[in-house]
Write a protein that binds this ligand. Structure first.
Ligand SMILES: [Zn+2]
Length: 480
């Protein structure tokens, strides 16, 4: 398999690749809207056909139950060449797209993709729903697979791949967890996951996202008297659930803004000096970020001992996302409410366990129950954090591949957000995920006039071609 041949193939056949992307984009696979079910399935079938043409064995597998069916999942395999000793790679993506409303803000039909010059810059862009999220990003990989097959005759260029494309990502991946559990034996044969659904550090600055945070989301209600009370007759004599709840929640952080729940930091890894230096070298502009949300520079506060970037990428946090109780209408009403409630969530890192965190939070609250009151707890679930070791062989292969494909080494970044599928794969299969994404912040993902720039598409396709060679250089599987 020659990377050079495959890269030349991409260049010589670029118009056809773009044409194929536009064809896929013209299928309105709005997974969340049942009136588009037929189209959503058609988009999955389209991907199957593409992969078949690149030598993969492909199946469209049903999800859900006969009574409550979900959108099918595209599963494709290739065995790898006899001399392949690298990791078995699971590539995950999704073929469903977001709804298009508000439709009147679109400058062209969201499902009649247009190819046009980029605003104020060189190059071109494709405008359509799904152009970036995630058909455009998946297509970089699919065309790379086509290029290596056309030029080497080997499916996947001789790398052992399993490809899993779902049709429900934009509607909460409701059937994915069961699907992964039901196909555990098959998926457990893979060693590492690659996802192209993230962004670059900036225009012309490719990046690998090597970690996302997890989430635990809880809701609690503190119940006091069985009726609202007159504050003149009862205030200061009985517990006021709002007073008590806010007093308790205020104890969630100590003076250093560290979370006080016992065991909360279990599983949080120490930041290495190299990582701290690498992040500081990215020169993230803290003041500009704060300015962008209307805050002065002194508002950059958080857990003591960590920088702006470290607090987002490497530290767990606790936040009250909503708090409700008593009288909230216009004017005054002197009431002591019968109950008060709050939504509290935690962003998690490394090996923290979302279920355990929710449980220990509830136990912590229980210990602080005000006299005569009681709690109602609700665990809204969450997802596991996912971090890929920066010295893992697949991550180094991906970094090298991007350097070959883009002519510049990728920035190694993390994200404070959560990508539940990565946590799911980590929890159920122990897989680490490497995010090789080529989106830009202004791609208008989920918004009208979503676009993907051809420069980004090219960088991604070339990087995925180069990844094949880099994976072939890895001598033994990461799980071996
Ligand atoms: Zn999306």
């Amino acid at each position: 398999m020659s990377t050079q041949d495959a890269l030349s193939w991409l260049k010589d056949h670029e118009d056809e690749s773009i044409e194929r992307l536009m064809q896929w984009l013209s299928i309105p696979s709005i997974g969340t809207d049942p009136s588009y079910d037929e189209h959503t399935r058609a988009a999955g079938q389209w991907a199957c056909e593409h992969l078949r043409q690149s030598g993969f064995s492909v199946e469209l597998r049903e999800t859900g139950t006969p009574e409550d069916p979900g959108h099918p999942i595209v599963m494709a395999h290739c065995d790898g060449s006899d001399d392949y000793t690298g990791p078995h790679v699971l590539f995950y993506g999704h073929y469903d797209v977001q709804p298009v409303d508000p439709i009147d803000l679109w400058e062209s039909d969201p499902f009649l993709p247009v190819r046009k010059p980029a605003e104020g810059a060189m190059g071109e862009r494709i405008v359509a729903r799904g152009a970036c999220d995630d058909k455009g990003q998946v297509m970089m990989f699919l065309e790379a697979m086509r290029a290596v097959f056309e030029t080497s005759g080997m499916p996947g260029g001789g790398v052992k791949f399993t490809i899993m494309l779902e049709g429900e990502e934009e509607s909460g991946s409701v059937n994915l967890e069961n699907f992964v559990r039901d196909h555990r034996d098959e998926l457990a044969k893979t060693d590492v996951c690659v996802i192209s659904d993230t962004g670059m550090l900036g225009r012309g600055r490719p990046a690998i996202t090597y970690g996302v945070r997890g989430l635990a989301y809880t809701e609690l209600t503190l119940i006091g008297p069985d009726q609202d009370l007159h504050s003149g007759l009862w205030g200061g004599k009985v517990p006021n659930p709002i007073n008590e709840l806010t007093k308790i929640l205020a104890q969630l952080w100590d003076a250093d803004r560290r979370v006080t729940i016992p065991g909360f930091y279990e599983g949080v890894r120490e930041l290495s000096a190299e990582e701290r230096k690498a992040w500081s070298d990215l020169n993230v502009d803290e003041a500009a970020a704060l300015r962008g949300i209307g805050l002065p520079p002194e508002a950059g506060v958080g857990e003591a001992g960590f920088t702006f970037t470290e607090r987002e990428w490497a530290r767990p946090t606790a936040d009250i996302n909503g708090i409700v109780g008593g009288y909230t209408g216009p004017g005054a009403k002197t009431v002591i409410p019968s109950k008060a409630s709050a939504k509290v969530s935690f962003r998690l890192v490394d090996d923290q366990d979302s279920e355990k965190i929710a449980k220990s939070f509830f136990a912590w609250l229980e210990e602080r129950t005000p006299a005569g009151c009681k709690w109602k707890f609700e665990d809204h679930g969450g997802g596991a954090p996912a971090t890929c070791a920066t010295d893992s062989a697949p991550l180094r292969a991906a970094a090298k591949a991007i350097e070959v494909g883009c002519g510049i080494a990728p920035a190694m970044i993390k994200s404070g957000g959560s990508i539940p599928v990565a946590g799911l794969l980590k929890e159920t299969l122990g897989l680490e995920t490497v995010f090789m994404g080529f989106g830009l912040e202004d791609d208008r993902v989920h918004s009208p006039n979503e676009k993907f720039e051809l420069d980004c598409f090219r960088m991604g396709a070339k990087s995925h071609v180069a990844l094949v060679e880099q994976l072939r250089h890895i001598e033994s599987s990461v799980n071996a």
